[in-house]
Write a new protein. Structure first.
Length: 281
């Protein structure tokens, strides 16, 4: 039996059995493995870190899409940076209010390989006429585009390899430039119990650019180490304070079902445990 060993931290690894390996190769940019595991189903790992699994991807993708879109209340244009597996686009496109999604992915092989080996993750999103797929460096894109969006979702890897620039202050400034005034930026910010620097750094780099910077949390089994933190940045302070009742009405109007996201989980997600809150001090 072969094992996939993830070393998220020099003092912590997690092992997943590779019951069947479908693909293992270096793309031009990253080291990519796709394998089957009896607990999680099909797994995608990049540069030695699990990115998504058929079994638990819904938690991450639902939280990072529906929280900003429903908090915004009238999001029609959404920008996704990264997200090559297509799971984020799939969730965003469930919103009837969303008329246009731009997805900027740097590594075209991730898209191709996920479409072939993990089709249930994108579930048709790449064929949706509202999706505009751009193969480009996300950091350069936000500095160059003349378009503006209501919600920007950073569906990135951790700050290693090609994903590193997506955690820089310069990138956050670029994102701010591409948001409409009431827009919301959300980010993948790692598992703070193991990677507290990700939260500290992003908080420090986001606060110069936005009136409200905060995090919300969810627990994703394959992202070992407890709760994952998602960054939240907007100039519209009312968005984070939207009541459960108002969110529930918007969710009902949107008219689709979820497996993790609920209006209660949405609002509760902003309640940070003290060990995370202290990282923002
Ligand atoms: N990208 C986020 C992977 C985070 C892994 N980090 C960790 N385990 N601390 C997910 C991409 C899904 N579209």
């Amino acid at each position: 039996m072969e094992w996939f060993e993830e070393a998220l931290h020099p003092s912590l690894t997690q092992r997943l059995s590779m019951d069947r390996i479908l693909f293992r190769e270096k793309t031009d940019l990253q080291d990519l493995v796709i394998f089957d595991n009896r607990i999680f189903g099909r797994v995608l790992a990049l540069d030695g870190i699990v990115q998504t699994t058929e079994g638990d991807e819904f938690i991450y993708h639902e939280m990072l899409s529906h929280v900003p879109i429903l908090a915004h209340g009238a999001a029609s244009r959404v920008l996704i940076i990264g997200g090559g597996d297509g799971g984020m686009a799939r969730e965003v496109l469930k919103h009837p209010s969303v008329s246009a999604v731009t997805m900027v992915e740097i590594d075209p092989s991730v898209i191709e390989l996920c479409r072939t080996h993990l089709p249930s993750i994108s579930a048709g999103a790449f064929d949706d006429p509202r999706l505009d797929l751009v193969i480009y460096d996300g950091a350069a894109f936000v500095e160059e585009t003349n378009d503006r969006w209501d919600v920007i979702i950073i569906d990135s890897t951790d700050p290693l390899g090609p994903g590193e620039v997506l955690f820089s202050e310069r990138f956050y400034r670029g994102c701010k430039r591409c948001l409409v005034p009431s827009g919301i930026l959300v980010t993948q910010n790692g598992v703070p119990f193991v990677q507290d620097q990700q939260v500290t750094n992003s908080y420090r780099r986001l606060t110069p650019h936005f009136a409200d910077v905060w995090f919300f949390v969810a627990t994703v089994p394959t992202y070992q180490g407890g709760q994952m933190a998602f960054g939240w940045a907007t100039d519209e302070i009312a968005h984070r304070a939207t009541s459960t009742h108002a969110i529930a009405k918007r969710f009902q109007t949107a008219g689709f079902e979820t497996r993790y996201y609920t209006p209660e989980v949405h609002v509760a997600g902003f309640a940070l445990p003290a060990y995370i809150k202290i990282l923002l001090a």
